[in-house]
Design a protein. Sequence first.
Length: 176
Amino acid sequence: MNTRRLVALVLIAVCSVGLVWAAAKPDLSGTWVLNKDRSDDPVAKMQEALGGGQAPPPGPPSGAGRPGGPGGGFMAPPQITIRQSGDQIEMEVGQRTLTYTADGQSREIQGPGGRSLTVVARWEDSKLVIEQGGGMFKTVSSYELSADGKQLLVVRKVTPPQRSEPVEIRLVYDRK
């Protein structure tokens, strides 16, 4: 009888840990619209960081930014649509659709102008983190839901070639 109880307790503990881990991965799915009033101005932040000089050109008219869209540019797309199934994340930004697998594995993707970019997507607690390099900039972007699920906070750390330290840009998106 004691062995059965012990086995049952171990199973309950293992299942509980799995549920807590699964609960830490929020569903980011939805259409998100940039809240300009609560977001940083990425061009101003980059100009300030580069000593008042010119920020790089704003990227494609879709607002996807450079390089490679939401995980990779410093621009603030006016709208992001996210579809998520477990660790499979699809982000639609303007004319581009980017697909990520949040498993911590490094992958090569085709960036703007045919450039090869290295991307790593993973979960850190309740945040989706996407690292991207191989283009002009190295970026680390985190995506996190507000407590009420009505806003998506994107914190993008962009390291331009002229700097060793990243420039942090905060973007707030409202659920449409």
